[in-house]
Ligand binder design. Structure first.
Ligand SMILES: [Zn+2]
Length: 419
C-alpha cells in the first residue's frame, strides 16, 4: 500500500533504511546527498570530460558505460545497451547520408511493481570532438564545461533519484527505468521507438534536462520540425549565356522570403538556419538548398505550417523538393501535465524551494513521451545555464534539493495511482 497522500512524509516509517541513510524524508534525503556532494561533483566532471557529441559514437558509449557504473551498487534487474539505427543527415549537396550513433542505455528495476517511472535523459551533447569547449572548470560547487547542465549533471541526479526510490519506505511498490538516448540533441529520430516503448510501459516520466535559467521547469513546450528545400535551376555560362540559365540561388532567395513570411501566423516560427548552393562564380547556379527549423505551439499550428510549406513550394513554379527530416510534436499543458507541475511546485515549497513552471519554445524527449501518452515533467535536472554554448555552467549545490523534489513528486504520483 502507498502512504496516505495527506500524511506528512516525515512520519513515514523507514523499515529498510540503515542507521542514517537519510532516505526517510525528503529533507533528510537532501541532507544525505549534501554530505556526498563532492563525490557527485567528480562524477559530473568525469562524465562531462568525455566528449559525447551526437556524432561521436565512441564517446557517447563511454558516457553510457560510466553512467551504468554509477548504478551498479543499486543491483538493477536489467542493464542493457541498445543499438539504434544511424541518423540520416542532409548534406549541403541535398543528399541524405547515414551517420552512426552510440547506443542507448536502459536500466530497469522492479519491472513488475504496480507503478513504473521512467527517468529519462541523454548521453549526447552539441559539442563535437573538434570543438574547443572540452574541459570542465571547477569553482566550489560551480561547474563550467560542456554538458555539465545538458544533461550530465541531470544524469547524476537521475542516479540519485533511483537510489532514493530504492531506499524509500514505499519504494518496493515503484519500479524505475532509466532511459538515456544517444541522439536527443539531434532530435532523437533514431530513439523514437525506445521512447514510445517506455511510454507504453510507464505511468510517470521524469526528465533530467537542465532547469530553465530561472531555476524553473518547463510547462508546455513547442514542437519542432526540420524541413529542407532543394531548388534545381539550369546552369549556363554567366557571361556568354546568362539568359539561358535559371538561377537556383535566386529562386531559393525568393522562396525563403515567402516561407519566412509564415512567421506572421500566431503559434508558428520559421527559422531559415542554413543555406548552400552554387559553385563557380561564372556559372548560373543550378542547385541551392535551405534548411529550416520550425516551432509550433500546438497540433493545429503544426498542421497549418506543414500545409503552407507544401503550398508555397507548389505555387513557386520552381523545381523544388521539400523534405521533412524530423519532428517533435508540441507538448501541450494538458490536465495530466498540470497535475504534475502542481506536484513539483508544491513539493518544492514543502522543502523551502521555489520551482515554477514556465512555457518554453525549446523541446526535448518529453515532447515525444507526452505524445506517446506518458505524462512527464522533463526539466528536473541540475540548475544551470548557457546551454549549447561555451558559457554552459551548472550549480552542483542544486542537486540535493532537486533530488528531494523528484522523490516527493514520484511518491505523490504513485500514491494517487494506488487509490
Ligand atoms: Zn538536453
Amino acid at each position: 500500500m502507498m502512504d496516505d497522500p495527506n500524511a506528512p512524509a516525515a512520519k513515514t516509517p523507514a523499515p529498510e533504511s540503515s542507521a542514517s541513510d537519510g532516505a526517510a524524508t525528503p529533507g533528510a534525503l537532501a541532507a544525505d546527498i549534501e554530505s556526498r556532494l563532492d563525490s557527485l561533483l567528480l562524477d559530473i566532471v568525469a562524465l562531462a570530460e568525455i566528449n559525447s557529441g551526437s556524432y561521436h559514437p565512441d564517446g557517447v558509449n563511454r558516457v553510457g558505460d560510466r553512467m551504468a557504473e554509477l548504478l551498479t551498487d543499486l543491483a538493477p534487474d536489467q542493464t542493457e545497451r541498445i543499438d539504434v539505427p544511424p541518423a540520416q543527415v542532409m548534406g549541403t549537396d541535398g543528399v541524405t547520408r547515414p551517420a552512426e550513433l552510440g547506443s542507448a542505455l536502459r536500466v530497469q528495476t522492479r519491472p513488475d511493481a504496480p507503478f513504473q517511472v521512467c527517468l529519462f535523459g541523454h548521453l549526447d551533447t552539441v559539442f563535437a570532438p573538434d570543438h574547443p569547449f572540452q574541459a570542465v572548470k571547477v569553482d566550489g560547487h560551480h561547474l563550467a564545461g560542456p554538458g555539465v547542465a545538458d544533461c550530465k549533471g541531470g544524469l547524476v541526479i537521475a542516479s540519485e533519484v533511483a537510489r532514493a526510490i530504492d531506499r524509500a519506505p514505499w519504494g518496493s511498490n515503484v519500479g524505475w527505468e532509466i532511459l538515456v538516448v544517444p541522439d536527443e540533441e539531434i532530435g532523437s529520430n533514431s530513439s523514437k521507438p525506445l521512447l514510445a516503448a517506455a511510454a507504453a510501459r510507464c505511468d510517470l516520466g521524469i526528465g533530467f534536462e537542465p532547469a530553465l535559467p530561472s531555476g524553473g521547469i518547463a510547462g508546455a513546450r513547442k514542437g519542432a520540425l526540420t524541413a529542407h528545400t532543394l531548388v534545381r535551376g539550369l546552369a549556363a555560362h554567366a557571361g556568354r549565356a546568362h539568359h539561358e540559365g535559371r538561377s537556383a540561388i535566386l529562386g531559393l532567395a525568393r522562396l525563403i522570403v515567402e516561407l519566412e513570411a509564415l512567421n506572421e501566423h500566431p503559434g508558428v516560427t520559421v527559422n531559415t538556419g542554413k543555406i548552400a548552393g552554387g559553385g563557380a562564380l561564372n556559372v548560373v547556379p543550378d542547385f541551392a538548398i535551405a534548411s529550416y527549423n520550425l516551432r509550433v505551439q500546438d497540433a493545429e499550428a503544426q498542421r497549418w505550417v506543414e500545409q503552407r510549406f507544401a503550398e508555397v513550394v507548389t505555387e513557386s513554379r520552381l523545381t523544388i523538393e521539400l523534405t521533412w527530416t524530423s519532428a517533435r510534436p508540441p507538448k501541450e499543458r494538458t490536465a495530466a501535465l498540470q497535475i504534475l507541475l502542481d506536484d513539483v511546485e508544491g513539493s518544492a515549497r514543502e522543502l523551502g524551494l521555489t520551482i515554477q513552471a514556465e512555457d518554453t519554445g525549446g523541446c526535448c524527449d518529453g515532447n515525444d513521451l507526452a505524445a506517446a501518452g506518458l505524462p512527464n515533467v522533463d526539466s528536473l535536472g541540475i540548475v544551470g545555464g548557457g546551454i549549447h554554448s561555451t558559457n554552459e555552467f551548472a550549480d552542483v549545490g542544486s542537486i540535493p534539493g532537486r533530488t528531494a523534489v523528484v522523490l516527493e513528486v514520484v511518491r505523490r504520483a504513485a500514491t494517487r495511482a494506488d487509490r
